[in-house]
Design a protein around this ligand. Structure first.
Ligand code: ATP
Ligand code: MG
Ligand code: MG
Length: 546
């Protein structure tokens, strides 16, 4: 059963399949260049490429687009594999490296030369640029454009053999220097770069340009629908020209709008800068829009996939609110995260009528709406911590938390009434003296008296200190990329580390666990945790707060 088309790409795919195009085959690819970590924009592309393949019974390749020798590193390849898997997609044995096609690309270039459709140009890069013309002005033919096929074949072979220095010659397609589409004005297909490649080493010193390598890679892999972002719209004509002239399998390029999100940047170049200049603590810093950063923050693959499906795919450029992603995180975490208690900004509570030295352990559910998630043991005693802002000395009428003379419920434990406050010499409240009602054990009373406020708390003797990292947006403005220098609008207060008190069961969670701190938000236990100290990252608060 074919799913209802829900966007222009799915509509197009469905039409192609119904018309029997490509023998009813659908084959896509996700082609990251291994020169950085994957980010939210890539998630959109992954969900689209792997998503349509899954929906329409097709295949999707993972292709490492590593034709550029300088910037690529093995670390990036590993992170890409890991992130795509984490997002929930698999490619079985369909993992390819564009660098494996170098010989094939070379052969195709030779074929173009033999058809008199490519030539070796010996102008400098600046001259080539000047000869190319502008949008309003046609370009001029290079004086080398009329080299004979034999001479071109010979020069191209010598380029490959390393006889020439970088920048002395390039191979160009012979198309039309007056084409209204500047991309078509004899585009460069190959350049000399005497640089080692992370996989092919020194085997090659000429490397193909993106526009030549990409269409050939797609065609070579039998990709039917080559989905890419709108910047490549003008390049489609060249994509088609190459495959048509070489009479190769005609993959189809289809463009969609790239993802932009407020309060962040989605460009590898900028993300690399954030990492290298140490504005963040690495690619997986929880403030980063990278998949590894989001994972460490506590975002789940389900939340991300849901986000991608909500933003949809279109040809209209737009800017998605970061809060939409947070909404998706909350929605999933609300369903899966067990709830435990932590106090981030503690104030001491002494229960005057609770026996000194006594501790009782309650069995409390990990999720009040889902018993199957089980229970944990929570200690209660004479000295507790509650959140400082859950108490007000001068409480307004509608204030349902604690104040002197008022009764509140301590979650799953007892009702307490505040009797008095203890202040230090500066007049700050340092302790709340309270009494409890032993008949309200479990947090309810038989007489049904009304208690509006329910507070989270931890018992002081058994509470464990933990580091909690609170994150804010990395940028102070919605669109940092629109600034002259995006670094000038970095939010200097995007990370706050605090010491919190957590219940013992929370301290025993595993690294990677995501939990709700009751009433506070969702938190993930971080890799920086040690035997002695748990570290939690706040993923997102319980409610939208911006
Ligand atoms: P950047 O512009 O950040 O350097 P890129 O496009 O150069 O990214 P690639 O590794 O070449 O990064 O991209 C792999 C795939 O992911 C491409 O098909 C690309 O179109 C897609 N992609 C990259 N960024 C976005 C984005 N913001 N929205 C949607 N798709 C994206
Ligand atoms: Mg790139
Ligand atoms: Mg790019």
């Amino acid at each position: 059963a074919v799913k209802q088309p829900s966007d222009f790409i799915r509509t197009r795919i469905q039409t192609d399949l119904l018309n029997g195009k490509n023998n009813g085959r659908l084959h896509t690819r996700f082609p990251p260049e291994p020169n950085g970590y994957l980010h939210l924009g890539h998630a959109k592309s992954i969900c689209l490429n792997f998503g349509v393949a899954n929906e329409f019974n097709g295949l999707c390749n993972l292709r490492l687009d590593d034709t550029n020798p300088t910037k690529e590193e093995v670390e990036y390849v590993d992170s890409i594999r890991n992130d795509v898997k984490w997002l929930g997609f698999s490619w079985d044995d369909r993992e390819f490296f564009a660098s494996d096609y170098f010989e094939f690309f070379y052969e195709q270039a030779v074929r173009l030369i033999k058809m008199d459709k490519a030539y070796v140009d010996s102008l400098s890069a600046d001259e080539i640029r000047a000869y190319r013309g502008t949008l309003k002005e046609p370009g001029k033919n290079s004086p080398y454009r009329n080299r004979s096929i034999e001479e071109n074949l010979d020069l191209f072979k010598r380029m490959r053999n390393g006889e020439f220095e970088d920048g002395t010659h390039v191979l160009r397609a012979k198309i039309d220097m007056s084409s209204p589409n500047v991309v078509m004005r004899d585009p460069t297909l190959y350049r000399i770069r005497k640089v080692a490649h992370h996989r092919t080493g020194d085997k090659w010193c000429i490397y193909p340009m993106y526009d030549f390598a990409h269409c050939l890679s797609d065609s070579h892999e039998g990709v039917t629908h080559s989905l890419c972002t709108l910047e490549f719209e003008n390049n489609r004509e060249l994509y088609d020209w190459v495959l048509e002239n070489l009479e190769l399998f005609r993959s189809q390029q289809i463009e969609f709008a790239r993802l932009n999100i407020t309060r962040t940047v989605l460009s590898k170049r900028k993300l690399i800068q954030l990492v290298q200049e140490k504005h963040v603590n690495g690619w997986d810093d929880p403030r980063m829009p990278t998949l590894s950063g989001l994972r460490r923050r506590g975002c789940t693959p389900e939340a991300l996939r849901n986000f991608c499906s909500r933003i949809g795919v279109s040809r209209a450029d737009n800017m998605v609110e970061y809060s939409m992603l947070e909404f998706c995180m909350r929605e999933h975490l609300n369903a899966i995260a067990p709830r435990l208690m932590a106090v981030l900004d503690p104030i001491k509570v002494v229960i005057e009528n609770y026996p000194e030295g006594q501790v009782e352990w309650f069995d409390m559910p990990l999720d009040p709406e889902d018993e199957s998630k089980g229970k944990r043991k929570v200690p209660f005693g004479r000295t507790l911590f509650i959140e400082r802002d859950d108490f007000k000395e001068e409480a307004p009428k509608k204030y349902h938390r604690l104040s002197v003379g008022k009764e509140v419920r301590l979650r799953y434990a007892y009702y307490i009434v505040c009797q008095s406050v203890v202040k230090n010499e500066q007049g700050d409240i340092v302790e709340l003296r309270c009494t409890y009602d032993p008949a309200t054990k479990g947090g309810w009373s038989e007489d049904g008296r009304k208690v509006k406020g329910t507070l989270h708390w931890v018992e002081a003797e058994n509470a464990v200190k933990a580091e909690v990292r609170l994150y804010d947006y990395l940028f102070k403005v919605d669109n940092p990329s629109a600034e002259d220098d995006f670094l000038t609008c970095i939010n200097q207060d995007s990370l706050k580390k605090i010491e919190a008190y957590i219940e013992p069961a929370l301290n025993q969670r595993e690294i990677g666990d995501i939990v709700q701190f009751e009433r506070l938000g969702y938190f993930r236990k971080d890799e920086d945790s040690t035997q002695n100290k748990s570290v939690f990252n706040r993923t997102v608060g319980l409610k939208e707060s911006w």
